[in-house]
Design a protein around this ligand. Sequence first.
Ligand code: LLP
Length: 415
Amino acid sequence: MTTGSAVRRLSAWDAERLRGLAEEYETPLYVYDLERVRDNAARLQSAFDEEEISYAIKANTTRPVLSTIEATGVGAECASAGEVERALAAGFDGADVRYTAVNPPARDLDYVVDTAADEDLIVTVGAADTLDQLAERGFSGRLCIRANPGVGAGHHEKVSTGAAPKFGVPLDRVPDLAAEAVDRGFDLVGLHAHAGSGISGGDLEAHRELVARMGELSRTVIADVGNIEFVNVGGGLGVPYREDQAPLDLDAVAAATRDAFGDVDARLGIEPGRYFVADAGVLLTRVNTVKPTPETTVVGVDAGMTTLVRPAMYDSYHAIRSLAADARTREPVSATVAGPICETADVLGEDRSLPDPERDDLLVVGNAGAYGYEMSSNYNSRPRPAAVALEGDEARLAVRREAVADITGLETWSE
Ligand code: LLP
């Protein structure tokens, strides 16, 4: 099995092919390369060869992406009833699907309790209250308890989860809740924690600390209530968004994770989302306005914060490249690439060196495979973009472009 290189840079995408796709499917357009998804899965499986891997599907739920990842044999971690439904529809075996309840709406619990009866799903609770609500519904499936490990990490404070009171049961209360769950007849099979998203560099220390705490917690819980099947220490493996950033050394992260976990009589698990898909996806967008100003050249494009919200929401950096056929012959200018949304935050990149831009140029935004389409919206009544999946030389439409009629079609009020 080929595992590919540890990172796929934006420069490695074939310009001519991307121009052809933009021509055929129009812009803005997400493009997912399924072979790269497979490479990423294979590298994870090779580094974490003793561990149980699940895909946090919130990063990208497009059907061909889900089916491709399912075929690699990993499980699915789901954040909502909708995600559970989509994981099952894509072929994930119910026994490999975990629903992580975060302040779960009653509708989600009704669905998963119902589905668990047939599908053997695992439900993870992050509050004693959720345990009560499962009991009220006669939940008979497998149960996992999410701990709040008291240590967080991530690329931005808004995605650092581990210490946020919103998530999980405080570490020191988990043994009592585990004992209570077992007393009440729940089938307690696992423990879970998640530090945050986009972990790399210095954050790896926080990851190790989380894993060490979970190792200790699981030894206590196993001694108190008996065997459990697994301990999942979350996702969050970072990817290099900047072109000069080094990729994670996955083997080293896996070794450190194992080492910090120590000797526990349960399977160790991880649940990355971004790592599977980030560099397997790009966003194509076309220049519609070029405006030189004293400060910068504003390059107006047809994708914005409604297409890819990460720069606006987390100040995230995404590489941007011009696909103009004659880009090499143009002088570079310092540009601000901005979308069509009436918000100051609607900027995809600032201070970018781009070959002197012209109207109708095609630009490509890198690392858009994770949390891109998933977080898109209809703000400003903008229809969401289309997405195509590449399988070798073939391209297939995976999600059609929305029309304004798709948005207004939901309205029930007419004069
Ligand atoms: N497990 C749990 C319980 C999670 O909440 C998450 C992400 C993951 C796994 C997967 O994390 P990953 O490996 O993808 O970093 N929208 C943000 C990321 C928020 C992630 C929320 N939870 C972004 O675009 O950076």
